[in-house]
Design a protein around this ligand. Structure first.
Ligand SMILES: [Zn+2]
Length: 268
């Protein structure tokens, strides 16, 4: 899908820091991201050559709208519940994926199924659906845009449990955690290390925080050196405790799950 020039397209980084990953208890039911990999740099590199007009990282905005406050409050940017109160998100999968890729993607989807009322289901003939494709980066639109919408997981660099969860969360309508409306109380943006052309990636959004607390351990939070102009310098520093870990891409946090359930009115 080629976004029109008039569309406001915004790409946001898959911000990852594995220096202090926030791990949830229990055995990992997924393929972990290899150790000692600078995933922030890797994903910046992965998305850099994208033919999509990705201004930043991994999020496409086809329209000017907020994820959690739909235009006209009509909820048209969210996925719909079926008669069983389950929220169906039909998907198609590119034939370019290997069986291993597919099992990783489906396993990531299953975490939504186990803990929320979201159900990613193979598409039959539904009009609105996500098309999971091996394109040139890791990215998604924000919320349901209507019709076919691409979610890209490049085979080289994007097929990881946490990355898949992250992009699927965008498709459900979630912004990055560090751009939520109250973030200035929880993180400091070090603008001196933010490239001018990436500044919009750090701007506060008018988000619906659903009375949930700020979540440093969110799968939707950037890593501390995301887009930094100077190696080793933070663009995002947690406050008041600068040592708090941010940017994990291992698994959705409890708050990530809670917010999905709140946004979609899941009874779990
Ligand atoms: Zn993102």
């Amino acid at each position: 899908m080629e976004p029109r020039a008039s569309h406001y397209i915004l790409l946001l980084l898959v911000g990852i820091s594995l220096a202090n990953p926030v791990r949830k208890p229990g055995p990992p039911a997924f393929q972990p991201i290899p150790g000692n990999v600078d995933i922030t740099s890797k994903f910046l590199e992965t998305n850099k050559g994208s033919s999509e007009h990705l201004l930043e990282g991994d999020l496409l905005f086809p329209k000017i709208k907020n994820a959690l406050y739909c235009l006209n409050n009509n909820n048209n940017c969210f996925w719909k519940k079926n008669s069983s109160n389950l929220v169906e998100v039909p998907y198609t999968l590119s034939s370019e994926y290997s069986s291993t890729d597919i099992s990783i993607i489906k396993n990531a989807m299953s975490t939504f199924h186990n803990k929320t009322c979201i159900r990613f289901i193979p598409r039959l003939n539904q009009t609105d659906y996500i098309s999971i494709e091996n394109k040139d980066g890791c990215y998604s639109y924000l919320g349901r845009i209507g019709g076919k919408q691409v979610v890209s997981f490049k085979r080289q660099g994007c097929v990881y449990h946490g990355i898949i969860q992250h992009e699927l969360n965008h498709a459900l309508g979630f912004y990055h955690e560090h751009t939520r409306s109250d973030r200035d109380k929880y993180v400091k943006i070090n603008w001196e290390y933010v490239p001018t052309d990436k500044a919009s990636n750090f701007q506060i959004q008018n988000t619906n925080n659903q009375n949930t607390t700020y979540d440093y351990s969110s799968i939707m939070h950037y890593g501390r050196t995301a887009f930094t102009t100077q190696a080793g310098k933070d663009t995002i520093t947690p406050i008041p405790d600068a040592t708090v870990a941010i940017g994990q891409r291992q698994d959705m946090s409890n708050l990530d799950i809670l917010r999905i359930n709140k946004l979609y009115g899941c009874v779990v």
